[in-house]
Ligand binder design. Structure first.
Ligand code: COA
Length: 312
């Protein structure tokens, strides 16, 4: 598969900040428990915004930073498990709101928290035969509408947000990305509105163990396929679900502190949005220099997992 360039990024974080202390007034929890078990200090919940509003803001910023015309975008993929409508997809709503031309390819992907990585690989495989040079890949989530705010096991972990990336095909590069799925329904999920289990449910310990094992494994597989070691990588970006999961992966892969970017402290777990939000923060700080190699790894409900090597 031919490679891609990461052209630009954008993010959207809704304005309603919910601190751990705020949550301690709703459920039996406290700041010390949440920060020591997860690293999370605060998260953002939508007020008026819908999922597509977040996706729109992140996408608009990425398009503006890329300095490209909307007519040059031929593919739009939104990764989400919290769409506004059963159908049409967030992508099609966004296509209309952004004014992207008729005839482009637009659809959503649900691979839960691995969704953005799934989106990158699907985009890389479709972009090859496309006449328009750019693809827009977004992770966007409004998880607050799927949280049981009486369940302290889950409601403290998640947040809303969106991250977007514009990518372009590069014939001189090779795309390295590995995806997988296990087929597990009981450990982590959300049946959605109108069902018996409308809110996120989770067996935290099972998820934790799965996450550490599989992120470590897929990271090694990607490095092997790319014929690289951690020493050759500039940054490792993990799905931001729990700082302790990320620290365990850091230990197993022996990742130096300066190569790891963590921002779960401020956002909680934003599912498919977490990796592109990290990428946008890194971009803003000037960390994604030309030719930087960024290893992105994640996992999510399903269980799904993915690892993608991005070269800026
Ligand atoms: N505040 C206070 N206590 C809480 C709590 C909260 N928000 N949530 C759970 N507890 C309690 C539980 O009721 C349990 O109490 P009990 O022992 O009396 O039954 C106890 O804390 C469990 O504590 P501990 O064993 O230390 O939890 P943990 O180390 O397994 O951490 C998670 C819990 C959820 C933070 C951790 O398992 C985790 O992060 N798992 C992965 C979750 C994830 O990543 N999900 C998204 C995937 S994309």
């Amino acid at each position: 598969m031919i490679g891609i360039d990461l052209v630009s990024t954008g993010r959207a974080i809704p304005g309603n900040i919910i601190t751990n202390d705020d949550l301690s007034k709703i459920v039996d929890t406290n700041d010390e428990w949440i920060t020591s078990r997860t690293g999370i200090r605060q998260r953002n919940f939508c007020k008026e915004e819908k999922n597509w509003n977040l996706a729109y803001e992140a996408a608009s910023k990425a398009i503006e930073k890329a300095g490209i015309a909307k007519e040059e975008i031929g593919l739009l993929i939104v990764a989400t498990f919290t769409p506004d409508y059963q159908t049409p997809s967030v992508s099609c709503v966004l296509q209309e709101k952004l004014g992207l031309p008729s005839g482009i390819v637009a659809f959503d992907i649900n691979a839960a928290c691995s969704g953005f990585l799934y989106g990158l690989k699907v985009a890389a495989s479709l972009i090859e035969g496309q006449d328009k040079p750019y693809a827009l890949v977004i992770g966007s989530e409004q998880i607050s509408t799927r949280l049981d705010m009486t369940d302290r096991n889950t409601c403290v972990l998640f947040g809303d947000g969106a991250g977007a990336a514009i990518i372009k095909k590069n014939d001189n590069k090779k795309f390295v990305g590995i995806l997988g799925s296990e087929g597990n329904v009981e450990a982590l999920g959300c049946e959605g509105h109108g069902s018996d289990k409308p809110y996120v449910y989770m067996d935290g310990k099972k998820v934790f163990k799965f996450a550490v094992q599989n992120i470590t494994k897929v990271a090694k597989q990607v490095l092997e396929e790319a014929d690289l070691t951690v020493n050759d990588i500039d940054y490792v970006v993990c799905h931001q679900a729990n700082e302790r999961i990320i620290r365990s992966v850091q230990k197993f892969l022996d990742i130096p502190e300066e190569k790891l970017y963590i921002n779960i402290y401020n956002y909680g777990n934003t599912s498919a949005a977490s990796i592109p939000i990290v990428l946008d923060e890194m971009n803003e700080k000037g960390l994604l220099k030309a030719r930087a190699k960024v290893l992105c790894v994640g996992f999510g409900a399903g269980f799904t997992w993915g690892g993608v090597l991005l070269e800026v």
